[in-house]
Write a protein that binds this ligand. Sequence first.
Ligand SMILES: [Zn+2]
Length: 253
Amino acid sequence: MTDEMKTLFDFLEVPLDDSTSVLERFSGLPGAISSGTGQDRSVYVPGSREDRAVLVAHADTYWPDGPARSSITDLVTDGHTVRSTDPSKGIGADDRAGCAILWLLRDSGHSLLVLDGEEGGRIGANWLMRNRPEIARELNGSHRFMLEFDRRNSRDLKRYYVGTDRFLAYVEKSMPGFRRAMHAPGSEDRSSFTDICTLCSDVCGINVSVGYRNEHTPAECLVLGDWLNTLETARRWLCDSGELPRYPLALND
Ligand SMILES: [Zn+2]
């Protein structure tokens, strides 16, 4: 197993109701700033690059209550897909798969932001924006854009209402093979909410597929090749291309 896959399984093996372990892992990184208590929590790790982006993921899963899953014994993989053997619960790849990507990009020079309470209505993101104005300003003022690794399927880009047309076109070009999420042919899917809808006040953001399917159901699974493709495509873009432009969240842009 590669180091990258080991990291992924480390995150998938965290019990479904244990956001704390995920947040603590990030809070141990140099410069990390932990905020809030309970589901209000977040960990922000400021990046060092001049042209840095904010990489976002959420530590909580859809199953905050009930007995903690007994980690690896409830995961099964055929080498292509990971599933749960627990008939009542999925695997928490939404969004532990995204957290694993952030961890693997922790030395990229980009900022990291890991939040709790996304599934409960962006609780950690709302708390951060209301109660840590200096961080809210920095996220929006000192970054080129935000990228949340939290989306079903293999190659979707979902901008909700925090991505301009120019930004969407730029991300489609920068992540070859990835395309805007669609409801139906000709109808872009911008419905619902996630952390970036709260976090992006002045700068654009977008959510990227991390390979899970059937999230929020016991049939949840993760396609390993899709997860790895997102990691590698994002890494090439964020680490190995030229200077990243800033995309302000301006109306009519
Ligand atoms: Zn999610």
